[in-house]
Design a protein around this ligand. Structure first.
Ligand SMILES: *Cc1c(COP(=O)(O)O)cnc(C)c1O
Length: 443
């Protein structure tokens, strides 16, 4: 486990009295006072950020301090916080009832607009979290192929279901063990883990007669975002596509982050590779708990009630979440310039960072795809988990605290992506850039 630093080593923004009181209260009832481990910011902040409210790109804590937010709910909020169009439509939808346990028309609106952008999703099933989407995609792949083994890549994070908590990224990286306690060996014995961006190892696996006819699926983050932003090479993804096609295994793209982030067509559009199954989450929920899996019709039709693969959910396709997601995607689809504008915003920050690293002779790099990026200290590039592990975590900690004290909230880990939203203003970006510059220049 990560070591909790002494109070005087972590940032102590003077005016955080309410945060402290409320966090102490939270700790009385919730494990570490949080409902997801990365929110505890254990080695960065004490107390962690305790949010009161948020609008646009600004997040406000319970002491009235305001921060420009680059975590953006881990990428879910591509339109920023409390976007009026999402908020108004959600309120109207909410007045019509919040859950029916029966199908409703808003699910058609959501599914049609998503499918229109990502045609590989011939048939879909909505769920409530990215974790459920990847877990179900694997079950469908196993049901369809009649095979048991799956392949995942080191540092790729696919949520917290048992079989996928092997050498995973995100908060799991902060655990000293490669995996999680509480997962039986019997479960992970069906998970084969290979290095990311290494075509040779995947070719070796698929040409090994020992594995012939045993692998149900390969699941991949086409642009890894949970060890920081680490894009797959085109050649790597093409190899995955060829090898799976050749051997009858399914290719699953986990686009929970990249879907509607790197373009309307997601990473599959960006690389022009058609996976058999796709997992979506984050942006497609518009800030609400909605996620989905989808893909080839013959594969997806293995799901109950048409097929023998069981999956269900009381809140799946929840009308309020569907409304939020539909509005979020609709705004992206209706403005053909939106992705170019987002990228321009990211460039303002990323180009300055790059120039300054170079000028100040600080070892580090900025890895950017469109509106998401990571600043890595201490390395010249990161293409896989091994390279990610050698980043300078202490330098990141100092940057995080320094920025936080000055009103900028970065994603609270050196292994996360920074996201800009359509709500970030030029002034906010310039302010951020100046602060970053100042930090890097003072060394
Ligand atoms: C966030 C994430 C998940 C898990 O989604 P949850 O909604 O947190 O369960 C899965 N895959 C990737 C790539 C993610 O970034």
């Amino acid at each position: 486990m990560t070591i909790n630093l002494q109070r005087d080593e972590v940032t102590t923004k003077t005016n955080r009295i309410n945060s402290e009181i409320i966090y102490d209260r939270l700790c009385n009832t919730l494990v570490a006072g949080v409902n997801s481990p990365v929110r505890a910011n254990r080695n960065l902040l004490d107390p962690p950020l305790v949010v009161h409210s948020a609008h646009g790109a600004m997040i406000r804590d319970v002491d009235g301090n305001e921060y420009i937010d680059y975590c953006s709910s881990w990428g879910a909020l591509i339109h920023g916080h409390a976007h009026p169009q999402i908020t108004e439509n959600v309120i109207e939808r909410l007045r019509m009832g919040s859950s029916f346990g029966a199908t409703s028309e808003i699910e058609a609106y959501w599914a049609e607009i998503v499918q229109g952008c990502m045609p590989s999703l011939e048939a879909m099933r909505c769920v409530s979290s990215g974790t459920e989407a990847t877990m179900t995609a694997l079950r469908v792949a196993r049901g369809f192929t009649g095979r048991d083994f799956i392949v995942k890549f080191e540092g790729n994070y696919h949520g917290h279901s048992d079989g996928l908590l092997v050498k995973a990224g995100s908060g799991v990286l902060q655990l000293k063990e490669a995996s999680s306690a509480g997962v039986p060996n019997g479960v992970v014995q069906y998970t084969i883990t290979l290095p990311f961006n290494d075509s040779e190892s995947i070719e070796r696996l698929f040409s090994d007669p020992m594995w012939a006819g045993k692998i149900a699926a390969v699941i991949v983050e086409p642009i890894a975002a949970n060890i920081g932003v680490v894009p797959a090479s085109l050649e790597f993804l093409q190899t995955l596509r060829q090898q799976t096609e050749k051997t009858g295994a399914l290719l699953i793209f986990d686009e929970v982050v990249t879907g509607f982030r790197v373009g309307l067509g997601g990473a599959q559009g960006y690389y022009n590779i058609r996976p058999d199954l796709t997992c979506l989450g984050k942006i497609v929920g518009g800030g609400f708990p909605a996620a989905a899996l989808g893909g080839r019709k013959e594969v997806m039709n293995c799901l109950a009630p048409l097929g023998g693969v069981y999956q269900a959910g009381t809140l799946s396709g929840n009308p309020v979440a569907m409304e939020a997601g539909y509005q979020a995607v609709k705004m992206l689809k209706e403005n053909p310039m939106i992705y170019a504008e987002l990228e321009t915003k990211a460039n303002w920050i990323c180009h300055t960072l790059q120039r300054t690293l170079h000028k100040e002779r600080i070892q580090g790099c900025v890895q950017q795809v469109g509106s998401m990026w990571t600043l890595f200290f201490g390395v010249d590039r990161v293409t896989n988990l091994r390279e990610a592990e050698s980043v300078d975590k202490e330098m990141f900690r100092r940057l995080f605290c320094w920025m936080f004290e000055r009103g900028v909230y970065l994603p609270p880990s050196p292994y996360e992506a920074w996201f800009v939203s359509t709500a970030h203003t030029r002034e906010q970006l310039e302010q951020t850039t100046e602060l970053l510059l100042e930090f890097l220049q003072q060394g």
